[in-house]
Write a protein that binds this ligand. Structure first.
Ligand SMILES: NC(=O)c1ccc[n+]([C@@H]2O[C@H](COP(=O)([O-])OP(=O)(O)OC[C@H]3O[C@@H](n4cnc5c(N)ncnc54)[C@H](OP(=O)(O)O)[C@@H]3O)[C@@H](O)[C@H]2O)c1
Length: 293
């Protein structure tokens, strides 16, 4: 009989151990990640329930809303628990029409760091991801030296504790690592979107956290017959199976599934205690490889 395995419960993020099941706050802003939440009370309740359940890694940005998710996090959770790691990101600015625009100048980046500090109500940001914006369609080549040098200077000033990168290519990771220590990479990845398989393995070997965004498919939630079939056999939901697969994929993967619903939050958190056999893992792995299995 195949042996079941439980995913490791924690991994280091900027030198601090965080639970591998975190929470992404983007879904708390209004439709299109713009404006106030549909249900403000539930948004605050989701944040409090996450932390009460042991979540100590929350992902946010001042450009969600803009400012909305940071204000909600502060209202729901400040004064913050000592073990809570809040990760934010800079590099974009929202237009009045809800558009996402690159904001990479030294002035833009410095203002974004100060906005995050003020809106979260902290003296220093735990982790700041530089979000590359060279293309609207995913990672694209382009030098990150100038903007990352600005963040490294703000880190020297004590406003940022640790720096990560988001929406980047392997070449940009190498360039970034030559400028300052990089503690995490946040890119689009999930059970059916597997472009970063090799990068994840490389980062695992280097001891760098990998934080997939859209772990449940993001704005197009995951839908896959084979995922449904495996989840049904395991007696869990497809979303739980997809999260459990990620936790088993490599120990440096930290999850930040996003939800505005208490019921979905509880469902997602429960996926952290799902143990999978090698056969389960092979079947789930085949979801992302249509020709296999
Ligand atoms: N660095 C970047 O460029 C970047 C880009 C995007 C996101 N992010 C970060 O990554 C986090 C995660 O990404 P995401 O929130 O966009 O996408 P996601 O976690 O893949 O999926 C969120 C979507 O799935 C739904 N959902 C959540 N749990 C569910 C469940 N158990 N059953 C059914 N549906 C469920 C949510 O709707 P409900 O609200 O109805 O549950 C929402 O529509 C974000 O919160 C954000 O912090 C970063």
């Amino acid at each position: 009989m195949a042996t079941s395995s439980m995913p490791a419960p924690t991994y280091s993020l900027g030198g601090r151990p965080v639970g591998r099941m975190g929470y992404g706050a983007m879904q708390l802003a209004g439709p299109g990640v713009f404006g106030p939440p549909r249900d403000r009370d539930e948004a605050l309740a989701v944040l409090r329930a996450a932390v009460e359940a042991g979540v100590n890694h929350i992902d946010t940005s001042d450009f969600y809303g803009p400012h909305v998710t940071n204000h909600l996090i502060r209202e729901a959770l400040a004064p913050y628990p000592d073990d809570l790691v809040i990760v934010t990101k800079v590099g974009a600015r929202r237009g009045a029409d809800a558009s996402w625009n690159p904001a990479f100048s030294p002035q833009d980046l410095t203002a974004a760091v100060h906005d995050n500090l003020r809106h979260l109500g902290v003296d220093a940001l735990d982790v700041v991801n530089l979000r590359a914006m060279f293309s609207h369609h995913g990672p694209a080549e382009g030098s990150i030296e100038a903007p990352l040098t600005v963040l490294a200077e703000l880190q020297r000033q004590g406003l940022i504790r640790h720096i990560g990168l988001s929406n980047i290519t392997p070449a940009q990771l190498r360039e970034g690592q030559s400028i300052c220590p990089i503690v995490c990479v946040q890119n689009h990845y999930n059970i059916v979107h597997r472009g970063d398989d090799a990068l994840i393995d490389q980062l695992a070997a280097e001891g760098v956290a990998y934080v997939p965004f859209f772990p449940l498919g993001g704005f197009s939630p995951l839908q896959h017959e084979r995922l449904d079939a495996v989840a049904g056999r395991l007696g869990v939901t497809p979303m739980q199976a997809a999260l459990a697969w990620l936790l088993h994929r490599r120990p440096n993967i930290l999850l930040i599934p996003g939800t505005s619903s208490l019921a979905h939050l509880r469902e997602n958190l429960a996926a952290a205690s799902l143990s999978l056999t090698p056969q389960d893992l092979a079947e789930l792995d085949a979801v992302g490889h249509p020709t296999a299995g």
